[in-house]
Design a protein around this ligand. Structure first.
Ligand SMILES: O=c1[nH]c(=O)c2nc[nH]c2[nH]1
Ligand SMILES: [Zn+2]
Length: 446
C-alpha cells in the first residue's frame, strides 16, 4: 500500500513530563509518513517529502495535530444523563445513573445509546477509551458491535454487581463469570476491541463476585481490570462496613487478586498512603476524573501524593458523573483543581496536560508500545484541532508566541467544535461537517 504523507504542525509527549525535562516534542511544518496505519517516519515535512516524493500529501496546515486522546474512565450507559448536578455520588447513582442503566436491558435501546456514546468520543478527538460498560451482556454485544463500526479503540467490559443497587442490575457470581467468559471469547482482541473485567465497586460486589472477577483474570491474563476506588466519603464508610476484615478499600480488591499493571482505578480521591504504596507496588493506575469530582463534590484529587508514591495517573471524563466527552476540558479542569490545592499542589504545564490526555492513558492500558504518541512504529491515532474561521480560539492561536502557549490556548479555549478530523490506525473516524479541506492557511496560524 502506498504510504501517505501528512503535513502538519504536530505536538506530542513521548516522554513523561512528571519525570523528564523537555517531554513536549513539537514539529513545526512537520511530516508523518503513514503506511498500513502505522507511523513509518516523522520529521520535517520538506525533508520527508524529498525522501518520499511519490507519497500523496494530506495538507493539515492551519491547525495542530495531536495524538488521539485516551479517556481512561467513561461510562457507556450514562451518555443520556450527563448533567445531573447537585447530588453527591450515592444519591446521584440512585436518582440519575441506575434508573437509566436499567433501561439497557432492552438491546435496541442499548444500541442507540452505544451509537450516541461512541459518536461523542470520536467528535471530541478520543481515539481510545477504557469504557465502563452495561450490567447486561446483551448490551455489551451491542456496544462491541457498534464500536467495531465506529473504528475506535475500546477496552470495555460488562459491569457486574450483586448487591445494593437495584434488583434488575444484580447478577450472581456464577452468571457474571459465565457471561464474562463468553464476552471475552467473543470480543477480546477482535479488531480494535479489548476486554476489561469490571466489578462496579466493592460497595455493590460481594467477595464471591470479586472472586468470580479474579477467576476471569486468571483464565484470561491479558484482559484488563477496572473499578472505582475511594471516590466519596459515604461510599468509603459503607465499604468499610461491608468488608470488616479488609484493611481499607483497596484491600477489598487486593485480597481477591485484582491488582496488576492493567488495573485502572477510577477516582482515588481519598486514598491513604498505605493504599498508594500498594497500588505502586502492583503497577496499578489511577484514572483522575476532575470534572466528575467537581460536579459530584467528591473532593480534590491528591495528584502530588500519587506521583510521590509512584502511582501512575491518567485522565477520565467519567461521563455521565462527568460533564462531557472533551478531554481538553478534562485536562483544563485537572489544571484548575491543582491550582486550588492548599498544600500539595502540582503545577501542571501544557505538556503535562497533553501527556495526561494521551501517553499516560496508553500506559494505564499497557498499550504504550502501540499508541499514545507519534513515535515511529506507533499507530496513527490522531486528532486535528483546527478552530473555526472567526472563532476566539483562532484569534488566540494567531497570537500565541510559543508551542506551549498554543497548547495552553487549546486547553483553555478548545471544544468539540474545534475537532476537525480524527484518525485511528490511519483510518478516518470523524470528519467535522463542512470542514474546509485544510489547504488554506489563515495568516499567523501554525
Ligand atoms: O462516578 C461514579 N459513577 C458511577 O457510575 C459509579 N458507580 C459506582 N461508583 C461510581 N462512581
Ligand atoms: Zn465512574
Amino acid at each position: 500500500m502506498t504510504p501517505m504523507l501528512y503535513r502538519a504542525t504536530f505536538m506530542h509527549t513521548p516522554l513523561d513530563p512528571f519525570r523528564e525535562a523537555d517531554a513536549l516534542h513539537v514539529q513545526e511544518d512537520g511530516g508523518l509518513l503513514i503506511g498500513g496505519g502505522v507511523i513509518r517516519s516523522s520529521g520535517d515535512f520538506a525533508a520527508l517529502h524529498a525522501a518520499h516524493p511519490d507519497a500523496p500529501v494530506t495538507d493539515l496546515r492551519g491547525g495542530v495535530l495531536l495524538p488521539g486522546f485516551i479517556d481512561t474512565h467513561v461510562h457507556y450507559p450514562q451518555v443520556r444523563i450527563i448533567g445531573g448536578l447537585g447530588m453527591p455520588l450515592l444519591d446521584w447513582l440512585d436518582r440519575c445513573a441506575l434508573p437509566e442503566e436499567a433501561r439497557l436491558a432492552d438491546a435496541t435501546y442499548a444500541r442507540a445509546v452505544a451509537r450516541e456514546f461512541l459518536g461523542g468520543l470520536a467528535r471530541n478527538g478520543t481515539t481510545t477509551a477504557l469504557v465502563f460498560g452495561s450490567h447486561f451482556a446483551g448490551a455489551m454485544d451491542e456496544f462491541f458491535d457498534e464500536a467495531a463500526t465506529s473504528g475506535l479503540r475500546t477496552v470495555a467490559g460488562q459491569v457486574v454487581s450483586d448487591r445494593m443497587l437495584r434488583g434488575e442490575l444484580h447478577t450472581t457470581p456464577e452468571r457474571a463469570y459465565a457471561e464474562g467468559k463468553a464476552l471475552i471469547e467473543r470480543w477480546h482482541g477482535q479488531g480494535r476491541a479489548r476486554y476489561a473485567v469490571t466489578p462496579r465497586f466493592s460497595l455493590s460486589a460481594s467477595e464471591g463476585m470479586l472472586d468470580a472477577c479474579a477467576a476471569l483474570m486468571r483464565e484470561f491474563p491479558d484482559v484488563h481490570f477496572t473499578s472505582h476506588l475511594n471516590e466519596n466519603r459515604a461510599e468509603i464508610q459503607t465499604v468499610r462496613g461491608l468488608f470488616p476484615d479488609a484493611r481499607d478499600y483497596l484491600d477489598t480488591y487486593d485480597r481477591a487478586g485484582l491488582l496488576g499493571r492493567r488495573s485502572v482505578f477510577a477516582h482515588s480521591v481519598h486514598t491513604t498512603d498505605r493504599e498508594l504504596h500498594v497500588m505502586a507496588a502492583h503497577h496499578c493506575s489511577a484514572a483522575h476524573c476532575p470534572c466528575s469530582n467537581s460536579s459530584l463534590g467528591s473532593g480534590l484529587f491528591p495528584l502530588g501524593r500519587h506521583l510521590a508514591a509512584g502511582v501512575h495517573v491518567a485522565l477520565g471524563t467519567d461521563v455521565g458523573g462527568g460533564t462531557g466527552f472533551s478531554m481538553l476540558k478534562e485536562g483544563l479542569q485537572a489544571y484548575f483543581m491543582q491550582q486550588l490545592q492548599a498544600g500539595d499542589r502540582v503545577a501542571l504545564t501544557p505538556a503535562h496536560l497533553l501527556y495526561l490526555c494521551t501517553r499516560a492513558g496508553a500506559q494505564a492500558l499497557d498499550l504504550q508500545d502501540h499508541i499514545g504518541d507519534f513515535g515511529v512504529g506507533k499507530a496513527f491515532d490522531a486528532v486535528w484541532l483546527r478552530p473555526g474561521a472567526g472563532s476566539t480560539l483562532e484569534a488566540v492561536l494567531q497570537h500565541a508566541d510559543s508551542a506551549p502557549g498554543t497548547l495552553a490556548a487549546l486547553y483553555a479555549n478548545g471544544t468539540q467544535a474545534d475537532v476537525a478530523r480524527v484518525w485511528v490506525g490511519g483510518d478516518p473516524v470523524y470528519d467535522r461537517p463542512h470542514t474546509p479541506s485544510g489547504t488554506a492557511v489563515p495568516a499567523g496560524m501554525p
